[in-house]
Ligand binder design. Structure first.
Ligand SMILES: [Zn+2]
Length: 299
């Protein structure tokens, strides 16, 4: 599987046996099972060919009775790749909020989305200290943020699209872990998973305005910059659009929440630049989304 990286740092490990997936090197080193899926159901290294068709997420227009058994089976196969199963799964609903749910035993293995308890709706992040619980979020271009606390043996996983990022959803998750599990952010580690890179993430002025207002103008200027508009000969002309660096924005939030700099892993993989390998909303690949999974198990 050929993946374009935005820098040489080794952030992810690539697994191509069975259903291919990426895992975060920093979390692998800690023995915490984690994954980020791809477009492929299988992959043949010799021919450099993958088989598509894996569906992990429920998409708009899906017929529930047809899609649910299929996506549950596929997520279970994915989870088994990292020694878990959907029997242990607690899953987000994802409405681009910054609500983070503290998973209880009764929220695990709920047969989502057939059965979706009211308190799990509008949830874009989950934290838990239940041993072996599997957390799942989805993303096309929105990166997942994996959070682990090896001291309190607790984890969090959030879906950080631009709205969740604006709402500082990783910090909300960290705060829940502090309150409910007694976590200390200085013990915690966080990894920002694959998502859309700054070059591929053009935004309207209202996104800059929202960050300048809810964060600060200084921070908005650090994470958003205006790319010049060019004419057909490549000359700069008035206009241009803002581009958001969603990876830097979430890293800023993790640092602000107290996670040490050297405990943070930042993605160097863009889903749109790698639309051959990943579903990407911005690349017009809307048939499915990647699943990000994290298991509460430490070596
Ligand atoms: Zn890109």
């Amino acid at each position: 599987m050929k993946i374009k990286y935005s820098n040489d740092k080794r952030v992810f490990n690539i697994h191509t046996e069975g259903i291919p997936y990426l895992s975060v090197d920093m979390l692998d080193e800690m023995g915490v099972p984690n994954l980020y899926s791809t477009r492929f159901l299988s992959y043949d290294e010799e021919t450099d060919k993958g088989t598509e068709g894996i569906r992990t997420a429920l998409m708009k227009g899906d017929d529930l009775s047809e899609a649910v058994p299929h996506i549950a089976k596929m997520r279970d196969r994915l989870a088994r790749q990292i020694g878990s199963s959907i029997e242990y799964e607690c899953i987000t609903d994802q409405k681009h909020t910054n609500y983070v749910h503290v998973a209880k035993e009764e929220d695990v293995n709920i047969r989502w989305p057939e059965r979706k308890p009211l308190h799990m709706q509008y949830v874009d992040g989950i934290v838990s200290d239940i041993p072996n619980v599997l957390l799942t979020v989805f993303g096309g271009d929105c990166p997942p943020v994996y959070i682990v606390d090896p001291v309190r043996k607790a984890i969090g996983l959030v879906h950080a699209g631009w709205r969740g990022t604006l709402g500082r959803i990783p910090e909300v998750a960290i705060a829940q872990m502090v309150v409910h599990f007694g976590s200390d952010p200085s013990d915690m580690y966080a990894a920002i998973g694959p998502g859309v890179c700054r070059d591929c993430y053009e935004m309207g002025d209202e996104v800059y305005d929202a960050f300048a207002e809810e964060w600060s103008k200084k921070e908005a200027d650090e994470i958003l910059c205006r790319y010049p508009a060019l004419d057909s000969d490549g000359r700069e002309i008035p206009g241009g659009k803002y581009h958001l660096d969603i990876f830097s924005a979430n890293k800023m939030t993790l640092l602000r929440a107290g996670i040490p700099h050297n405990h943070i892993s930042v993605s160097n993989v863009c889903t749109k630049c790698n639309a051959d390998t990943f579903y990407s909303y911005r690349a017009g690949r809307l048939e499915n989304e990647q699943a990000a999974m994290l298991v509460n198990r430490f070596r």
